[in-house]
Design a binder for this molecule. Structure first.
Ligand code: SF4
Ligand code: SF4
Ligand code: SF4
Length: 146
């Protein structure tokens, strides 16, 4: 999962380069698919699979376009466009490479494994992300995995 720091100038390069269209930008602040894997867990044909970078890809030969991943994505990233599932982060790192001010950070590299996605998802809502970027305190209710 990648987060955006306050260094972001809202230049749009990251979401323009993202090959899976998984970066939303509320108020111009990039917010990308968290790679929580909920889509993969609900897919009835196991079409959504983890890749070696820790992201997810969709095996088109298995995908029936049933829409379960779209329905269950907590942040409405997953979508079906032109008969293909889109919006799920493959962790290619292009958004990091293209950012001129190094505002994109890979949180998977900086937090202890295994990640408690209940905590991560609570932190990663667009509203909370905006608060983090603006330097406001946030309250985390779920308990972190020890
Ligand atoms: S639309 Fe495809 S990838 Fe999504 S849950 Fe259904 S079969 Fe799986
Ligand atoms: S790592 Fe790749 S797929 Fe994920 S948000 Fe960045 S550019 Fe998009
Ligand atoms: S490329 Fe960097 S500075 Fe530009 S919008 Fe994305 S995170 Fe912000």
């Amino acid at each position: 999962m990648y987060l955006t720091t306050s260094a972001c100038t809202k230049c749009a390069k990251c979401w323009e380069v993202c090959p899976t269209d998984c970066i939303k930008h509320p108020d111009g602040i990039p917010f990308s698919c968290t790679t929580c894997g909920i889509c993969a867990s609900v897919c009835p044909t196991t079409a959504i699979r983890k890749n070696r970078f820790g992201g997810y890809y969709v095996d088109r030969s298995r995908c029936t376009r049933c829409g379960m991943c779209v329905k269950h994505c907590p942040f409405t990233f997953a979508k079906i466009v032109n008969d293909r599932v889109r919006g799920i982060c493959i962790r290619c790192g292009k958004c990091v490479d293209v950012c001129p001010v190094n505002a994109r950070i890979d949180i998977l590299k900086s937090v202890k494994q295994p990640i408690d996605y209940a905590v991560l998802l609570e932190v990663a809502t667009p509203e909370r992300l905006k608060a983090i970027i603006e330097g406001k305190p946030i309250e985390i209710k779920a308990e972190a995995t020890k």
